[in-house]
Design a protein around this ligand. Sequence first.
Ligand code: SF4
Length: 466
Amino acid sequence: MNSGSALLGENIFSLMKKYDKPGPRYTSYPTAPMFNSDFGPENYREEIVRSNSKNNSTDLSLYFHIPFCDTLCYFCGCTTVVTKNRERVGEYIVYLKREIDMLASEVSNSRRIVQMHWGGGTPTYLTPSEVSDLTQHIRNRFNFADDAEVSVEMDPRDLSFEHIQALRANGFNRVSMGVQDFNPDVLSAINRNQGEELTRKVIGWTRAVGINNLNLDLVYGLPLQTVESFEQTLDKIIEVSPERIAVYNFAYVPWMKPHQKLINPDELPSPEIKLKLLTMTIEKFTHAGYVYIGMDHFAKENDELTIAQKSKTLQRNFQGYSTKAGYDLFGLGMSSISHFTTNYAQNSKTLGEYYQAIDHNRYATEVGYRMSHDDQLRKYVILRLMCDLTLNFQDVENKFSIKFEECFHESLQKLEPFIEDNLLERTAGELLVTMQGRLFLRNIAMCFDAYLNKVSKDKPVFSRTV
Ligand code: SF4
């Protein structure tokens, strides 16, 4: 079993100073800042046609972005619309249904939906009847597999038991809930009024209706977090015993998310404390029987994520780690991202532009990206490292008809310091990320990124890696 103390070692703080810098989380490659307006609505339509004509991987994933939130959490990095005017939700659903109809009329109905996810914002900002209405609209237009994974992000604030019943009745079988921290001072510092009792009550409701796949999200690096306070939060999470836990590094990017300036920077934990929070998290969760997946997820031994990591079929996408491999993903709603084998497409990031596109009966694609052969190769290498923590050169050579060491000569040179620092091992035909190296996984992946210099010339667009 992995131990957090093995992670620390004597040299960990000097390693942190050496490697800590802005870098992507690699939920895609190339990363979103590389998307451009050369890819528009007509290209998106062409991709749908191409996607229909593929002989394999005909199953699909759907993602719906529900951007609304009642109040603004100061740490938030999502694309949100903060409003107390619930009529705006009704208007959004009307447009979303029109986009659904447009897409459903072009996607072959022989293709099964094997995964649907609602993210946000706060999908449960919808009323229970809006949840039912929207789900039925989607289900009436797409062909869902009987065992489809249907998941939603929930916010326990303003959530009723009727919401949970509506989700269950409409086939949602996996829920993800933001806890962030149980400490009231930390929650107050991020403007998130979410009492522990409320969180526990909502978890009880989901289990009572039979939704037994629960993921809880925590964030480390938040203002006022201390090792002692976060330890108490971790103990409480272990007691609640969710199937999965995601523990995200707070992405402090006030130059990109100006509301983060509402956080007092003097209250942020130092990099040394952040590292202690992370290593303590890994130690406590692995002792409690969770398996450490990739760089920020934990799952129970028998969970699909754990099985996928062991069998090297784990995937990484915009929602983090996933077990659904190789399916085209259609993203609907403002700012959502679609992902095809060789293309990305992203919808407009404001409600006004999104509505305007739908009013003109066209897709709301604002930017996108066409991957070259080199992009596909680098994407494969980066995502396999992020998911498997190993990379077999022969496997890459077989898939892409290249000579790995020739093709990645420069990347392998950049990796040498990581090997010297025991963060990575290199054998004749393989790279292996060590336990301590997992803390620097983003830095290791960055050695294979061809675009880093292009996206960060003026000011950093990524959060710090450690
Ligand atoms: S953290 Fe979640 S609930 Fe808070 S503002 Fe962001 S999306 Fe909304």
